[in-house]
Design a binder for this molecule. Structure first.
Ligand code: GRF
Length: 207
């Protein structure tokens, strides 16, 4: 199965997918990595793994007076051209519009979010969880992999894992603990969705 991965930064989650495929534990290939930012380490990781990359930045659209809708349409076209069986948002820092999602009526899209369902949706989730812990508002946080739907970080969770916060943690310690959980959860989430899709196909053909 063909997994297209969207990134915006370091790409440690992309690396987890690359390593799982190389180790044979994730039966898939990554035909394309798309980043909305150039010069991010995630692109180097893809290059090192021999994976084609594309950068589609939003800024040139806004400076050219083009709309966000146009950006989303071009992004969707890039992805569709790679014929994905699954699209993974691995730290992709854009909210995808309904028009974008309409381009993928049958292709599953999953997103990794470093918080528990319904908590700290949107950006800076780890920092906000850390602040909430300092204020005694939460005892722990978590990571989830969910299907992407119109509502930001609102898709049905596929996998959820709690992550403890320790009194002696500084933000970096919590981030490190969360990222190590992300790397495992995202690979498991991709495998789970690919299995679900394969089961659907085999049911439909056998039916
Ligand atoms: C991860 O915490 C991801 O959940 C969040 O941004 C970070 C991306 O990390 N959206 P990386 O680029 O995969 O290292």
């Amino acid at each position: 199965p063909r997994v297209v991965v969207l990134i915006s930064g370091t790409g440690s989650n992309l690396q987890a997918l690359i390593d799982a495929i190389a180790a044979g534990s994730l039966k898939a290939e990554i035909p394309l990595v798309i980043s909305n930012r150039s010069k991010v380490f995630g692109l180097e990781r893809a290059d090192k793994a021999g994976i084609p990359t594309k950068v589609l930045a939003l800024k040139p659209y806004t400076t050219a007076g083009k709309s966000r809708t146009q950006y989303d349409a071009d992004l969707a076209q890039l992805i569709v051209a790679a014929k994905p069986d699954l699209v993974v948002l691995a730290g992709f820092m854009h909210i995808l519009s309904p028009a974008f999602l309409d381009q993928f009526p049958t292709t599953p899209l999953i997103n990794l979010h470093p918080a528990l369902p319904g908590q700290f949706d949107g950006a800076r989730a780890i920092e906000r969880a850390f602040e909430a812990y300092q204020k005694g508002e939460i005892k722990h946080t978590g990571v989830m992999v969910h299907r992407v739907i119109q509502e930001v970080d609102g898709g049905e969770p596929l996998l959820v894992e709690q992550v403890e916060i320790k009194p002696e943690d500084d933000l970096a310690a919590l981030q490190e603990r969360i990222h190590s959980v992300e790397h495992v959860l995202l690979v498991r989430g991709a495998a789970l969705v690919l299995e679900q899709e394969a089961a659907k196909k085999s049911n439909s053909t056998s039916a």
